[in-house]
Design a protein around this ligand. Structure first.
Ligand code: 3HC
Length: 709
C-alpha cells in the first residue's frame, strides 16, 4: 500500500467490511501516491476473502478534490486515474463511496465508478474541470449521463457547479444522504445494510436507460451544442465537455471513454488549459503577501462608511452581506436619507432576484445598517471607509475629521481609485493606520478589492485589509501607491492607446468589436458609456491641470461629453441607447465628430484591421503591466493578472495580460512595441522589465515562481 491510502478489514456479524481511507492533505488530491494506493487497495479487496464489501472514504476535511493539478503538464506516472476507476468498477464485490466535504473532478469520477454512493448532508459534488480548461478525463463524461441523463450532465459538466448532497440525491448521483458528520460511519451503515441484502454489484457503465431516451434526437444535440458554444464566449473546454457527453449517447461505453480521453488530451495540450490553471493557482497565491508573515489582522466588528452614493452604498451592502454592522455617514439629513434609499434599493433587488427573503432584507436594513449625518458616529467603528467624491481636498478634509472622531487603533481607509494615499494619510496624526481600499463598481457584486499600501501603513493594517476582502468574499490584491494603482493605471494606458487609434482613423465601434471578439465582455468605448463619459472627462481635466504628458488625442471624447452625452445614463454616449436599453447602437453623429477632429488636426485617417487593433491594445496593456511589476506597484506578475481578470473583464481563459504575454512570447510583444514606435515614439517605449526578460529569454511566470520560492 502507500502512505496516502490505508486498508483495514472490519469484521461484522454479516460479513467483512474493507475500509479504504485516502489521506493526502490538504484536499486528498489524486496525485500519483493516491492513484497507486487506491489501485493496490482495490486489488487487495478483490482478493481478500475476508472482505465482502468495501467503503472508500477520505481522511481530513474532504473526499478527493480532484486530480493533482500540480502534475498537469508534466509526464504522467502510472497508474492513470482512468485505469484506477475502471478497476474499481470491475471488482465483483460491492464498493461504496462515502463522501464528505467535496467530491470534485477525479474525486467524483472515482465515486461514480464505485457501485454505491452515500454523501453527508453537508457534502457537495461536481466536475469543475471546465474551469481549468479541461473536461472530466476519468470516465466522468460517460458515467454521469448514464446516471442523471444527458441534459443534466451537460449542465453540471459545462458549468462545473458544485451540487449540494440533497440535489445530488434528487438527480440520482448519490444513493443516500446521511445526516451525521462522519463519512466512516455513513459508509459503514450503508455497508451493513448491503450485507443484509442481496450484495448486488451495480456498475454505472452498464446503465443505459437515461441515454437510450435521447438517442437519435439530433435536434436536442444541436440545441445543446449551440447553447454551450454561445455561453462559452471563445473558451474551448465547455464546448468539448458537451461533445464528450454527447459521445456517451452515440458510442458504447468503452469507445466513449476513448473519445473522452482524446478530447481530454487535446485540451490538456491547449494554451487555454495552461492559462486557466495559472489563474487557479494565482487566485490562491495573490493572498500570500509579506505582511501576513509577521502580522495578524486587527479586530473587525463594526464599520463606518462615509458617503452614500453609488460606491458608498455598494460597499455598505457588501459589508452587510458579510454580517458586518455598518454606520453610513452623510453630510446632512437629506443626503443620509438618499444614502439609505440607495442601500435599500440594492437590498430590494436582492429580494426580487431571490438571493434572500424579505425578513433577511429587513434584518440587514434595520439591524445591521444605520445612517447618520454626524461624523462623530464613526467612533465605535474599527474600520472607517471613506467613499466620497474623488478630489484630494475633499478627501483630506474628511480624513482630518475622521482623525478627530475615530477610535484609536481603527483602520482608516480611502476608497480612492487614483489619488495618492500618502497625501491622504499625511493629514492625520496616524498615517500608520491608513490604507487604500479600492472597491470596484458595483461594489456589492465586483470581486476585486485593491488593497493599497502607503509608505507608513502598518503590516497589521494591511493584514486587516486582506481579512476584510476574505470576509466580503472578494479577492484582495496588494497594490503600491501610484496614479491609478495597478488596475486603473494600466486601464488609463490602453484607453489612451484606443484614443490614438480612433484619432488616427479606426472606428471606435471596430475597436469595441475587436476587444469583444478577443474575449472581454465589452470594449473600451462601451465601458466608457457604462461608467459615464463625464468620469473620464473629469480625470482628463485633472491630468491636464497637472500638465498632460505626451500626445492628447481625446478631443473627440471631450466634444461628445460637452454635448451632455455621458453614455448609458443619458441615453447617448458613443452609442445610442433607445428606450432604456443597455445595448447601444452606433451613432453616426459620433463618427462625424471624430471625422471633424481628424480633419481639423490634418490627420489622414488610416483604419486598422482587427488583428492590428488587438496587437496594439495588448501591447499597451502588457507594457504598462510590466512597468507596474518593475516598480513594485504589483508584487508579482500574477497580481496584475488577477486584477485585470476580476476588475476589468480580461478573459480568464487567456490567463491575464502577463500570462498572455508569456503565451505569445515576451520577445514577440517587444518586437510589436518596437514596430509601433514610429507611430508614436513617446508612447511606445518598452518597459525595462520586458526588455530584460526578453534578453534573458525568461517569462513573467518565472518571476511568479521566484517570488514563491
Ligand atoms: N490539486 C492540487 N492542489 C490542490 C487541488 C488539486 N486538485 N485542489 C486544491 N489544491 C490546493 C490549493 O492550491 C491550496 O494550496 P495552498 O494552500 O498551497 O495554496 C490547498 O489545496 C487548499 O485549497 P483551497 O485554498 O482552495 O481550499 P478551500 O477549502 O478553499 O477549497 C476546494 C477546497 C473546494 C477543494 C478547492 O481547492 C478546489 O476547488 N479545488 C480544485 C477542484 C478541482 O478543480 N478539481 C478538478 C481537478 S481536474 C481533474 O480532476 C481531472 C480529472 O477529470 C482526470
Amino acid at each position: 500500500m502507500s502512505d496516502a491510502v490505508a486498508y483495514e478489514c472490519l469484521k461484522d456479524d454479516a460479513g467483512g467490511i474493507a475500509v479504504i481511507t485516502i489521506d493526502n492533505p490538504p484536499v486528498n488530491a489524486a496525485g500519483h501516491a493516491v492513484r497507486d494506493g487506491l489501485l493496490k487497495a482495490a486489488q487487495r479487496f478483490a482478493g481478500d476473502d475476508t472482505a465482502d464489501v468495501a467503503v472508500i472514504l477520505g481522511a481530513g476535511r474532504t473526499f478527493i478534490a480532484g486530480a493533482d493539478i500540480r502534475e498537469f503538464g508534466k509526464p504522467m506516472q502510472p497508474p492513470g486515474l482512468p485505469e484506477v476507476v475502471d478497476f474499481i468498477e470491475s471488482v465483483d464485490k460491492p464498493i461504496i463511496c462515502a463522501i464528505h466535504g467535496t467530491a470534485l473532478g477525479g474525486g467524483l469520477e472515482t465515486a461514480l465508478a464505485c457501485h454505491y454512493r452515500v454523501a453527508l448532508n453537508s457534502a457537495r459534488v461536481g466536475l469543475p474541470e471546465v474551469h481549468l480548461g479541461l473536461l472530466p478525463g476519468a470516465g466522468g463524461t460517460q458515467r454521469l449521463p448514464r446516471l442523471i441523463g444527458v441534459e443534466a450532465a451537460v449542465d453540471m459538466i459545462t458549468s462545473g457547479r458544485h451540487v449540494p448532497a440533497r440535489e445530488a440525491l434528487e438527480l440520482g448521483i448519490v444513493d443516500a444522504v446521511d445526516a451525521g458528520d462522519s463519512p466512516r460511519e455513513a459508509g459503514l451503515t450503508f455497508a451493513r445494510d448491503l450485507l443484509q441484502g442481496n450484495r448486488h454489484v451495480r456498475r454505472t457503465s452498464t446503465l443505459s436507460e437515461k441515454i437510450d431516451a435521447v438517442r437519435g434526437d439530433t435536434a436536442l444535440f444541436e440545441e445543446i451544442r449551440s447553447a454551450v458554444k454561445k455561453k462559452a464566449k471563445g473558451q474551448l473546454s465547455p464546448v468539448m465537455c458537451a461533445e464528450a457527453v454527447l459521445a456517451a449517447v452515440d458510442l458504447p461505453f468503452t469507445e466513449g471513454v476513448k473519445r473522452e480521453r482524446e478530447l481530454f488530451m487535446e485540451l490538456m495540450n491547449s494554451p487555454q488549459r495552461d492559462a486557466l490553471i495559472h489563474v487557479f493557482f494565482a487566485d490562491r497565491e495573490v493572498a500570500k503577501i509579506p505582511e501576513l508573515k509577521t502580522a495578524s489582522p486587527r479586530a473587525l466588528n463594526q464599520a463606518a462608511v462615509i458617503g452614500g452614493g453609488t460606491m458608498g452604498s455598494g460597499i455598505t451592502v457588501s459589508m452587510l452581506f458579510a454580517g458586518l454592522p455598518v454606520t453610513m455617514i452623510e453630510r446632512d439629513e437629506e443626503s443620509a436619507a438618499r444614502g439609505r434609499a440607495n442601500v435599500e434599493k440594492i437590498l430590494d433587488e436582492g429580494v426580487k432576484r431571490g438571493k434572500f427573503d424579505q425578513d433577511h432584507r429587513n434584518r440587514l436594513a434595520n439591524e445591521l445598517y444605520s445612517c447618520s449625518a454626524d461624523i462623530a458616529s464613526i467612533s465605535p467603528a474599527d474600520l472607517v471607509v471613506e467613499a466620497a467624491f474623488e478630489d484630494m481636498a475633499v478627501k483630506q478634509d474628511l480624513f482630518r475629521q475622521i482623525d478627530q472622531h475615530a477610535e484609536s487603533g481603527a483602520v482608516l481607509a480611502s476608497n480612492t481609485s487614483y489619488l495618492n494615499v500618502n497625501e491622504i494619510a499625511s493629514v492625520t496624526g496616524r498615517p500608520q493606520d491608513v490604507l487604500g481600499l479600492h472597491f470596484f463598481s458595483p461594489a456589492h457584486i465586483m470581486k476585486l478589492l485593491e488593497i493599497v499600501v502607503a509608505d507608513k501603513t502598518q503590516p497589521d493594517v494591511v493584514a486587516t485589509g486582506f481579512a476584510l476582502a476574505k470576509r466580503l468574499k472578494k479577492i484582495g490584491v496588494r497594490a503600491g501607491v501610484c496614479d491609478g494603482f495597478i488596475g486603473n493605471r494600466i486601464l488609463e494606458r490602453y484607453l489612451t492607446l484606443a484614443s490614438f487609434m480612433v484619432e488616427d482613423g479606426t472606428s471606435p465601434y471596430d475597436i469595441d468589436k475587436a476587444v469583444v471578439n478577443f474575449g472581454f465582455p465589452m470594449g473600451p468605448n462601451q465601458m466608457g458609456d457604462l461608467a459615464g463619459l463625464d468620469i473620464g472627462m473629469a480625470n482628463r481635466k485633472r491630468k491636464k491641470a497637472e500638465g498632460w504628458k505626451g500626445r492628447y488625442a481625446a478631443d473627440y471624447m471631450d466634444r461628445i461629453s460637452d454635448l451632455g452625452r455621458y453614455g448609458q445614463k443619458t441615453g447617448r454616449g458613443f452609442y445610442i441607447y433607445e428606450d432604456g436599453s443597455r445595448i447601444g447602437k452606433p451613432d453616426p453623429e459620433v463618427l462625424e465628430i471624430i471625422e471633424k477632429v481628424r480633419s481639423e488636426k490634418g490627420i489622414v485617417p488610416k483604419a486598422l484591421d482587427e488583428t492590428s487593433i488587438m496587437k496594439r491594445y495588448m501591447a499597451a496593456m502588457i507594457n504598462e503591466s510590466a512597468r507596474v511589476v518593475e516598480e513594485g506597484i504589483a508584487l508579482r506578475p500574477l497580481d496584475v493578472d488577477i486584477t485585470m481578470i476580476y476588475g476589468y473583464g480580461f478573459p480568464r481563459w487567456r490567463g491575464g495580460p502577463l500570462k498572455y504575454a508569456d503565451t505569445i512570447g515576451v520577445q514577440s510583444i517587444l518586437d510589436d512595441i518596437r514596430s509601433f514606435e514610429s507611430e508614436n515614439p513617446d508612447f511606445w517605449q518598452p518597459a525595462k522589465l520586458l526588455v530584460d526578460l526578453a534578453e534573458r529569454n525568461e517569462t513573467f511566470d518565472s518571476l511568479n515562481k521566484k517570488a514563491k520560492s
